[in-house]
Design a protein. Structure first.
Length: 344
């Protein structure tokens, strides 16, 4: 039995730096181990989706053509785009494959009959801006998938980004677009410096960006409160026709690059809540795309929990300790920006 579609490919290992870098190929070993445990422990079945390079048309839906020209010139080269973001000889080709593979997975989900998909892709994407690669990211996989779903005729797509860093690239791409609701929980202030609560969109997109900035040290109860008070009500009102999760696992208490304190169970609970949204308004259509997560143990455990959450609909309950000033402050701003928005 097939429970979900799985996008993976050995070529995603070929994006590598000449020296140690936290965004390293071994992250995929941990991700694949999570899927194998989902097969063996939970009895879940996965059907493969064959990746292929993204077309320029697909990339240009969210990226500037001049940026793509500059990136294509880096094919076969080795070095750093900025202090954080490297390319190796195969990196640009791998990034094209990750973006195109995520589009192929989106097509497979929309065409059915299997409505859930997991994309084990590298490099990650949510920091990639329309005209800039940054934050370990080259092309913005989740945004490209959302734009493709829109091109396929969907009117409302939701991207929920629980990576510990704010997805500044994704926000920028849809900041004026009411057809893509972007929701982000993230440590704040923190890299990349964006994602404060008043950042809520502009023009027709006003209110369709919901940022929930959280103080370092927050754990399961904080995230549960954030979901129950802010995120789930907004999604239920918006009624997305596809739910995309920008699934970073660096909000884990184990992660070396951040300071949040989530357990693996929290990722399973959040995934289960998003599954309920997808089942209600999106015919069950969900796509989970790998973003950050730099402790391999935490990545494997978090991805296993999230995968079981979107497929089984069951997850361990997490704490209800929601008495936290971050939630109250963010909730007030988010509700002010969201209230009264016509979800069409």
């Amino acid at each position: 039995m097939t429970d979900a579609l799985l996008l993976s490919d050995p070529r995603f290992f070929q994006h590598r730096s000449t020296a140690y870098h936290p965004e390293r190929p071994e992250r995929l070993d941990a991700a694949h181990a999570a899927i194998e445990r989902a097969r063996s422990v939970a009895g879940l079945g996965f059907a493969p989706v064959e990746p292929r390079p993204a077309t320029e048309e697909e990339l240009c839906r969210v990226h500037d053509p001049r940026f793509l020209e500059a990136m294509f010139e880096l094919r076969g080269k080795d070095g750093y785009i900025d202090a954080d973001t490297y390319v190796g000889p195969e990196s640009v080709a791998v990034a094209e494959l990750a973006a195109g593979g995520t589009v192929a997975l989106t097509d497979a989900i929309l065409d059915g009959p299997v409505k859930r998909g997991v994309a084990l892709v590298r490099p990650p994407g949510h920091h990639a801006r329309p005209n800039q690669a940054m934050g370990f990211c080259l092309f913005n996989n989740a945004a490209i998938a959302a734009a493709h779903a829109r091109a396929r005729g969907l009117d409302r797509v939701a991207i929920v980004d629980w990576d510990v860093h704010h997805g500044n690239g994704t926000q920028e791409m849809f900041y004026a677009d009411p057809h893509v609701l972007y929701v982000s929980t993230h440590q704040f202030p923190f890299y990349p410096g964006t994602g404060d609560a008043p950042e809520s969109g502009e023009r027709d997109g006003k209110g369709y960006t919901i940022n929930v900035p959280l103080t370092a040290g927050g754990g399961d109860g904080l995230y549960r409160g954030t979901f129950e008070r802010i995120i789930l009500p907004a999604l239920e009102e918006y009624r997305p026709e596809l739910v995309i999760i920008s699934a970073g696992f660096d909000a884990s208490a184990r992660d070396p690059l951040a300071e949040m304190a989530l357990s693996a169970d929290a990722f399973g609970w959040m995934a289960r809540m998003l599954r309920k949204v997808a089942d209600t308004s999106a015919e069950g259509r969900m796509l989970l795309a790998l973003e950050g997560g730099y402790d391999l143990v935490a990545l494997e455990a978090g991805l296993l929990a999230a995968t079981r959450g979107i497929l089984e609909g069951t997850a361990v309950e997490i704490a209800r300790d929601v008495d936290h000033e971050d939630i109250a402050r963010a909730s007030k701003v988010a509700k002010q920006t969201w209230h009264g928005v016509d979800s069409g």
